[in-house]
Write a protein that binds this ligand. Structure first.
Ligand SMILES: CSCCC(=O)C(=O)COP(=O)(O)O
Ligand SMILES: [Mg+2]
Length: 228
């Protein structure tokens, strides 16, 4: 019996185009200036050092670090230091009202209903925990952070890795078979399933079908059978 839901963000409860056409370009446009202006701050310096470590160039100049980060943005790489820096940059965008966090109305209604019904709600996204807090604090439906019990990002590992889900489960008061993972990406669902979690595939365009996982096109199609 399902006691907790673990949800992805982009493509599952949030429109992909909001992330790719609003959030990513906003961060990319401001990243060089942000990094140069804040490179001495601990939170930023830590991520810049992580980039240098990743590219195995401990003495890389700041311009090399910035061009590496921008290449990762262009390639949509889910590499932890990039995702952490994006979260820091998005803060100003949300606070200035440049955008609000997109949430599908059916997803918002679903999350509210499940919370009211007693499910614990958790988030696992490649976006940093800070970015997750921001999208929910400044969501289209206001501050919805109270819906969620806890948040996980790539600090537990990549979303395609079975070990990431095993690590999350060790941090929850539930067994893997009591958790339902929601995502739009088959490789993530495969990894979660291998770790013993239940899975539900969100296929928002309504065209494809899923053979390996239960699937729905939006949360209006969610039924109690997925909680059994
Ligand atoms: C927290 S909103 C930004 C999401 C993001 O940066 C991203 O890469 C999307 O990853 P997800 O795991 O939510 O599909
Ligand atoms: Mg996703």
């Amino acid at each position: 019996m399902i006691k907790a839901l673990l949800t992805d963000i982009e493509g599952t409860i949030t429109r992909i185009s909001f992330v790719k056409e609003v959030l990513f370009p906003y961060a990319a446009a401001r990243l060089p200036e942000f990094v140069k202006a804040n490179q001495q701050q601990d939170a930023v310096a830590e991520q810049l050092n992580a980039v240098k470590e990743f590219i195995e160039q401990p003495d890389a100049p700041i311009d090399t670090v910035i061009s590496t980060l921008l290449k990762w943005v262009a390639d949509d790489k889910k590499i932890t230091p990039l995702k952490q820096l994006q979260g820091l940059i998005w803060q100003a965008g949300y606070e200035n009202g440049d955008f609000t966090g997109h949430l599908y109305p059916d997803a918002y209604q679903f999350l509210q209903q499940q919370k009211l019904a007693g499910q614990q709600l958790y988030v696992y996204s490649s976006g940093s925990v800070k970015a997750q807090h921001l999208i929910f604090q400044y969501s289209d439906f206001g501050d919805i952070r109270p819906l969620f019990t806890d948040y996980f990002d790539t600090k537990v590992g990549a979303k395609q890795e079975q070990s990431s889900y095993e690590s999350i489960i060790t941090q929850l008061p539930f067994d893997a078979n009591e958790v339902l993972f929601l995502s739009d990406v088959v490789s993530e669902l495969d990894a979660a399933k291998a770790a013993g979690l239940n899975t539900l595939h969100l296929i928002r365009d309504g065209q494809a079908c899923s053979v390996e996982h239960n699937y729905i096109n939006d949360f209006s199609q969610f039924t109690a059978e997925y909680l059994a």
